[in-house]
Design a protein around this ligand. Structure first.
Ligand SMILES: [Zn+2]
Length: 279
């Protein structure tokens, strides 16, 4: 009798355990973006280093589908350096070297990107900005004067008197360093009176060995047909939404070539050449 009771309660315990496990699995499976923890949402997820890209590592390591698990807004590029990446509202777009924009399938891979989940901390109106330095001044006064040691992400929806963007042509192996590619294979596109969204990411100065310190902007037009890396712009009017991000989650590329690059060499001039050619 005693043995039978013990056996029954063990059976009940196992059934209970199985039910609890099943419940936990259902909860996990249902976890969409809104279920991500605050910690995950407040991380800037970075694939590789810009200083790896500048040396010519254009081998994609992280699929677009995986990148979408790590954020809904951001910047980057694609395998073979095939165009500029713009992530907006959870979708990933390529602005290619011919100036065309397309949504990119989840299987395509990424050698370098920075993304996060956008949780608006503040919003403000912006108007009559004459050039990119005017935009940087506006953002610095508002968001980085007091918090320049954190990552900042902005999305600026607006109307632009002019928008000057660039992209680059896909590369073939053996890959040349980025600064050399930019001399021959970047293409510029100038648009007038265009509506769209600027995605901007700010990296603190201590990130200058892993990314480019300061602001970096990409653009996509409202109709999703034009875009690229912003070289210059004139803002008529718009709204800037801002998200401060206090964590960094960096994924080093899982490709054999990564071990061959030398990070003891100073890449700062090459980074400057590709990110801030106007200086
Ligand atoms: Zn860019």
């Amino acid at each position: 009798m005693v043995e039978r009771i013990a056996h029954l309660s063990l059976k009940k315990f196992i059934v209970g355990l199985v039910l609890a496990l099943a419940f936990a699995m259902v909860l996990t499976a249902c976890g969409g973006d809104e279920e991500k923890s605050a910690e995950e949402r407040e991380s800037l997820y970075q694939v590789s280093l810009l200083q790896d890209l500048t040396q010519g590592d254009y081998y994609g390591s992280v699929p677009v589908g995986d990148l979408k698990e790590k954020g809904d807004i951001g910047l980057g590029t694609f395998d073979k350096l095939n165009g500029e990446l713009i992530m907006l509202d959870g979708k990933v777009y390529r602005a290619d070297g011919d100036g065309k924009v397309e949504e990119v399938p989840d299987e395509e891979t990424i050698p370098f990107a920075s993304v996060t989940f956008f949780d608006e901390d503040d919003k403000s109106d912006i108007k009559d900005i004459k050039d990119i330095n005017g935009l940087i001044d506006f953002l610095d006064k508002k968001y980085t004067k007091d918090s320049g040691n954190y990552f900042q992400v902005v999305r600026l929806d607006g109307t632009f008197k002019s928008m000057n963007v660039r992209s680059e042509m896909a590369q073939k192996e053996p890959y040349k360093p980025l600064a050399e590619v930019m001399e021959t294979d970047q293409r510029f596109f100038d648009y007038k009176n265009i509506e769209g969204t600027v995605v901007g990411i700010y990296c603190p100065v201590y990130m200058d060995k892993m990314n480019s310190a300061g602001w970096h902007f990409h653009f996509i037009s409202k109709d999703g047909s034009k875009g690229g890396h912003i070289v210059d712009l004139q803002i008529k009017e718009g709204t800037v939404a801002w998200d401060e991000t206090t964590k960094l989650d960096m994924e080093l590329p899982d490709v054999d070539k990564f071990s061959e690059y030398d990070f003891s060499t100073d890449q700062s001039n090459d980074v400057k050449k590709v990110e801030k050619p106007e200086e």
